[in-house]
Every structure is written in structure tokens, then in C-alpha cells.
Design a protein around this ligand. Sequence first.
Ligand SMILES: *[C@@H]1O[C@H](CO)[C@@H](O)[C@H](O)[C@H]1NC(C)=O
Ligand SMILES: *[C@@H]1O[C@H](CO)[C@@H](O)[C@H](O)[C@H]1NC(C)=O
Ligand SMILES: *[C@@H]1O[C@H](CO)[C@@H](O)[C@H](O)[C@H]1NC(C)=O
Ligand SMILES: *[C@@H]1O[C@H](CO)[C@@H](O)[C@H](O)[C@H]1NC(C)=O
Ligand SMILES: *[C@@H]1O[C@H](CO)[C@@H](O)[C@H](O)[C@H]1NC(C)=O
Ligand SMILES: *[C@@H]1O[C@H](CO)[C@@H](O)[C@H](O)[C@H]1NC(C)=O
Length: 573
Amino acid sequence: MAIVIFHNKIILFSLFSLLFFTFCSSHIIPKFPSSLIRPEQQLNSGSAKNGLYKTKYFTQILDHFNYNPQSYHKFQQRYLINDTYWGGAKKKAPIFVYTGNEGNIEWFTENTGFMFEKAPYFNALLVFIEHRFYGKSLPFGGNKKVAYANSSTLGYLSSTQALADYATLIIDLKKNLSATESPVVVFGGSYGGMLAAWFRIKYPHVAIGALASSAPILHFMDLVSPYVFSNTVTQDFRSESENCYKVIKGSWKLIEETAKKHGGLELLRKSFRICNNYMDANALEGWLQTAWIYTAMTDYPTPTNFLNPLPAYPVRKMCEAIDRSVTEKHSSSTFDKLYSAANIYYNYSGTSKCFDLNDNSDPHDLGGWQWQACTEMIMPLGSNKESIFPESKWSFNDRSASCKFFYNVLPRPNWITSEFGGHDIELVLKRSSGNIIFFNGLRDPWSGGGVLKNISKTIIAIVAKEGAHHVDLRYSTKEDPKWLKDIRKQELRPMESPHYRYREKETNQPSQVFFSLCVDGSYYRHDIYINNVHFVFSIVHYIHYLFMSCNNQTIITHPIMLPVPLISQCLYL
Ligand SMILES: *[C@@H]1O[C@H](CO)[C@@H](O)[C@H](O)[C@H]1NC(C)=O
Ligand SMILES: *[C@@H]1O[C@H](CO)[C@@H](O)[C@H](O)[C@H]1NC(C)=O
Ligand SMILES: *[C@@H]1O[C@H](CO)[C@@H](O)[C@H](O)[C@H]1NC(C)=O
Ligand SMILES: *[C@@H]1O[C@H](CO)[C@@H](O)[C@H](O)[C@H]1NC(C)=O
Ligand SMILES: *[C@@H]1O[C@H](CO)[C@@H](O)[C@H](O)[C@H]1NC(C)=O
Ligand SMILES: *[C@@H]1O[C@H](CO)[C@@H](O)[C@H](O)[C@H]1NC(C)=O
């Protein structure tokens, strides 16, 4: 998330929410892009009724890090729980926790089908925890007006507080369930993925491992070029068609020139079907940029409805719309082409009457990110000459100035890397507690700030060149391409290893036993020779059917005994 200055306009990119507001010397108009999230989607989020989980609240402390009287204030933190598949405390069955991001937790839960689909396989308990200050987890009596009033209340919104919330909630929940020996694996996508990775690093005694999907933990100052984000968007469109790239790239100047002409704004309004209220060239450009950026982020191989309803491969569809109008008989104007492409993002369901550039709605409660982007989440963004967007330099000073203006707060650009690391990440992670799986799709603009290389035996990077923003966490569908099925399988493999289990008899497990070859999750075997002793390590079917044998003598079996036919099958395999 970051602010980009395009001409005189500042754009705040959230990982999910793209907020933009016009920054003039005299006033700031906070604004959400028109129809970013449309009313029909709000209907979809009546989720509690869809039977995916039960909603619970936990009394959370306002400030974990000091002992001032105000720190002891309490608030209700929401979490969602599904115990349908849980094997129970006695069996030490695992607990999968989603570390909530910058929005309503129900929305993320519904878009994280991966956890629901894998829970039966691991007999896992599912828990989704809402991030403080988002959704219903509002400090200060649950009153959003007060919680968001100014920096003295928003000051309690930070990633470190959120991680501490997760730790205290998980520890308390495990105590309540008498499940202290159940291993906890944390999951998250985007900012939630950053939190999952950081949680594993900071709280290794609470979580045994993490799956951090599309988590740009390196997208901070001095770690990454500010241009990787917009270069990836550019590449996404350019890879579909050079003409498509050129039309979009050339559009900004055209829009600005048209807007200056007499009657120009009305022409733009008509061309783009903008509603009859305030508009200017900046607002229109922001609205288009929103469409291109979010479509690039959610360029999924199947039809989805995450930010907006979209067809499969939406970037391709947009470029087809732009290229098609070149070839059709009545040669349409650039604005018509752009309109038909933008229409895919904003009006795929075909229900929009007109597009409202002044739409301030925020149904997923993403607004708090603006504060986070003004304090610790200084994720530099800009665009260079080649970019599909207007050229604009990243400027920390501009960010600082707008944050001072907006919240009277100054960003701390080095805090995240001081707190969690970032420099020499390979070395640092290698020496950390391990067991982190990073996923990145290279079509995702945020992938430039992700961990893209394997770092150690247990810090694994899974990279899909065709993938977009945490596509791996979505529900599987019949139309999923092979690469997507493959990466989901790859992600499970490390989790099936003994490293993801709590209190194993470590001494009996040769450290070489880590990756087993997975044959569709049904059976693995690993043969290891140590001092001429033959170890066989097998997992049959489910993780809790685990046993080891040595010279054909079973030396470890998991507390859950294997059904006899399976044992004999394994021993002689
Ligand atoms: C848990 O999720 C499954 C769907 O994956 C659903 O069928 C079940 O009812 C849910 N259980 C609870 C307790 O909400
Ligand atoms: C911040 O907001 C709170 C709650 O509305 C209010 O009590 C307090 O006076 C405000 N502080 C400042 C510095 O404006
Ligand atoms: C654990 O149980 C106590 C007592 O019932 C309750 O107040 C608390 O909220 C529970 N913890 C969680 C995480 O639900
Ligand atoms: C949205 O799509 C429908 C169906 O294609 C169309 O009739 C309508 O004009 C579109 N709305 C806008 C604002 O373009
Ligand atoms: C990292 O290692 C895993 C397991 O060995 C492998 O599947 C994956 O492709 C590797 N990732 C990269 C980026 O090389
Ligand atoms: C273990 O069992 C296999 C299969 O029955 C046999 O071939 C092998 O020799 C046995 N190994 C030892 C050390 O007894």
C-alpha cells in the first residue's frame, strides 16, 4: 500500500483497497473509486447465514505494550470459528488460524476457501481472527466515529498490536479448548500474509508454521524498486497486446487535453457513462487506474467475485475489448475502447446505470489502511517512463506531507524493517524459526515485494508465473488450470511434515526427514540410512497416520493408531 502522486493527485494503494484522494493545497477530498465494491456484493456478504462458521467475540486489551491506565481499556475482537472437521484436543489435531487483514474478516474468510477445503484432510480447527480497527473489532466501545477520530485513538492501530492480539487470543482459545498441544498454523493473504509470516517469526511459541500468500514483506523503502508494482501491471497488459498497452498509456494525455477544451468534460462524461455529478480529469484518471490495477491484481483464471465480479482472465478480456474496437467497422474512438475495457471491471454483471466517481462507500471496511499507510506501511510506489501509468516519482516527502496534513502524523519508514527485518532477508529467515511457505503469483503487482526464492529446507517459496494475488487461497473450481492445482499441492507438502507437529519425539526423527514425495496425498515413503540403520518414514493418507520404522521395527507411531490393514500395507510397501 502506498501513495502515488499522479500529477497533483495522491493515490493510496491498499493491498486490497485502493483509496485515492485529490490533494490540493487547500483541501483534500477523500474518495473511494466509484463502484469499487458495488451494492450487489454487499448482499453476498450476509455470510453468517451461509453456514461457514460461528461468530465469537474475545475481550481484548487496548494496548499490549505499556502499562498506562488507558492501555487497560478493553474492546471486543471478533473471530470466526469452524470446528466441523476438527479432530479434537486429545488427538492434538491442528488449528488453522487466518490472521485477518485490513478489512471485514467475513469477506476474507469467504475468499479463503483453501482453508475450508484442506481442513478435513488435516482434521483442523478453523479460526479467522479480525484485525483490530476493522469490521466489527473496533476499540473505544465499538464506536467507529471515536475509534477513527484522530491520532490519539488511531494510534492503537498497528501491525504489532494486531499480532499481539492474535497471540493472546490463540493462547486463550487453546486453553479454553484444552488444546495446548494442538499445533497452530497461521494463514494469510496480502497484508494478512505479511502478518502470518511475521507472526511465525515473532511468536514461534504460538504458531508452528505459516502460509504467507502474496505477502509483500519486502515492499519497503530501500528494499525494492518503487517501480516494480506498476511495471508488473504494465507487463500484465503488454503481455496480452502491445496495442492495448499503447492505448492505455496514451490515454492520460488525451483525457487531460480533452478536459481542458470547451465541452471536453461533458464529452468525457458521455464517453465513460459517468453519472451527473462532480467530475474532473483527475477523478476520471483515478477511476481508470483503479480498474487497471485491480484487474491486474485479480487476474484469475476463472470467473470470480472478489473486488468486483469478473470473467476469467479479465486482463485479456480488457485488451480484447480495446483491440476489438480497432478492427470493427465503425472505428471507435480511444474513449470508446477504454470505456468498454473499464466496463468489464465496473459493470460485468451489467447492472450499473452510470458510474459514480464520487462514490465513497466502503462496504468491506478497508478505510483504516489509510492510517497504516501514514504510519508504518511505507510501501513505495511510483511509475517510470515505460509504465502504463503517467510517469511519477516515488517521494517520501510527499507521503509525509499528506500524512501530516491528513492525520497530523509523520510516517516512520524504517519501523517495519527494524521490527520484522527485511535487509539480508535470506540470512535472517534462514536463522529464524523456519516453517514458512511463501506463495507469489508473478502476474500480481505485489509479487515484486515478495519472497521469491527458497531460503532453507523449511522456508519455501512457491512461485507461479501465471498466478495473481493470492489465487492459491481461493476455493478450487472445476476449471482450475493444472498449474493452480499443482501449487496447492506443493503448499500442503511441507505442512504434512513432522516439522508442523507439536511435541514430536524430536530425538527419534532424523533431521533429513522433511520432504517426502507426495503421491496425491495418499501415501509417501522416505528411506533414510543413518549409520547403516535403515529408517523408513511414511505418512499414509492423513498426517495423523504417521509412523516410522527402523529395520522393519516400528519405532514411532502417532497416538492415533493406524487401521490394521493400512499398517500391513505400509510395512510391506
Ligand atoms: C464448516 O464449514 C463447512 C463448509 O466447508 C460447513 O459445511 C459447516 O457447516 C461449517 N461448520 C460450522 C460449525 O459452521
Ligand atoms: C481525539 O478524539 C477523541 C475522541 O473523539 C477526543 O476525545 C479527543 O479530544 C481528540 N483529540 C484531539 C487531539 O483532537
Ligand atoms: C475463553 O473462555 C472465557 C470464559 O468463558 C471467555 O471469556 C473467553 O472469551 C474465551 N476465549 C476465547 C478466545 O474465546
Ligand atoms: C452496464 O451493462 C449493461 C448491460 O450490458 C448496459 O446496458 C449498461 O449501459 C452498462 N452501464 C454502464 C454505466 O455503462
Ligand atoms: C522451492 O522448493 C520447493 C520444494 O522443494 C519446490 O517445489 C519449489 O519449486 C522451490 N521454489 C523455487 C522458487 O525454486
Ligand atoms: C525389511 O522387510 C523387507 C520386506 O519384507 C525385506 O526385504 C528386508 O530385508 C527387511 N529388512 C530388514 C533389515 O530386516
